[in-house]
Ligand binder design. Structure first.
Ligand code: CA
Length: 225
């Protein structure tokens, strides 16, 4: 019943602290101080979620991330001292679910773990999405706000669908562009921004960030609580 979390972190103090804290919160915890043992544990123990440090003594954490993602969709939260925006974007592009920068706040890590585990469980195939006063019917291509129908263009609908089906997860500009247009453009995501602004005007009016949160320099995510 207890969800199992694998921590891959070479800093012994942080590993010990997180292990204890997560156990206190009812999780089963397994840990590794390097990438190789971490990958082995991942394959043999099938954890429900992975907390991954990027700076490891043997393998680059990004490589560990790719290896895990090649095998499974297990949620991965990066916990790293690399706070640069580009590192964050790279990790999310490689399939990380979330990113926490050291020094971190335990409450924040616990909240992100809960969100990632919950999202993993929810049935993503459900055809009707309801969130506050917004209803989206994916089969009927229908969006309603306060029971009033809102018209979205096919591209806007596709973008909204991606955000909703990954609720809580930051989707990078490159990910969205790839999944909607299928190729990278050279306009530095200008069209993406235009479409996102239009969606937000339609479903948020002038209350920005009501449903869609802008992660500046990274991408967008659909609010999850
Ligand atoms: Ca480290």
């Amino acid at each position: 019943m207890n969800e199992k979390i694998l921590i891959i972190e070479d800093d012994k103090v942080i590993l010990k602290f997180l292990t204890l804290a997560l156990k206190t919160h009812g999780y089963t915890v397994i840990g590794s101080e390097n990438g190789l043992t971490g990958l082995n544990l991942f394959m043999n123990q099938n954890p429900d979620l992975v907390l991954l440090d990027l700076g490891l003594p043997d393998l680059d954490g990004m490589l560990v991330l790719k290896e895990i993602r090649n095998q499974k969709s297990t949620p991965i939260i990066i916990i790293s001292a690399r706070g640069r925006e580009q590192d964050k974007v790279n990790a999310l592009d490689q399939g990380a679910n979330d990113y926490v920068t050291k020094p971190f706040n335990l409450g924040e890590v616990l909240a992100r773990i809960r969100v990632s585990l919950r999202n993993q469980k929810e049935v993503k195939e459900s055809s009707i999405f309801e969130f506050e006063n917004l209803i989206v019917d994916f089969d009927k291509y229908l969006v309603k706000l306060d029971h009033e129908e809102i018209h979205l263009t096919p591209i806007e609908f596709k973008l909204l669908e991606l955000l909703i089906k990954n609720q809580g997860k930051v989707l990078t500009h490159a990910f969205l562009q790839d999944h909607v247009w299928g190729y990278q453009t050279v306009d530095e995501y200008q069209s993406l921004r235009v479409f996102m602004a239009s969606i937000r005007r339609k479903i948020e009016g002038n209350q920005g960030n009501r449903f869609i949160i802008t992660e500046i320099g990274v991408g967008y995510r659909f609010r999850d609580m």
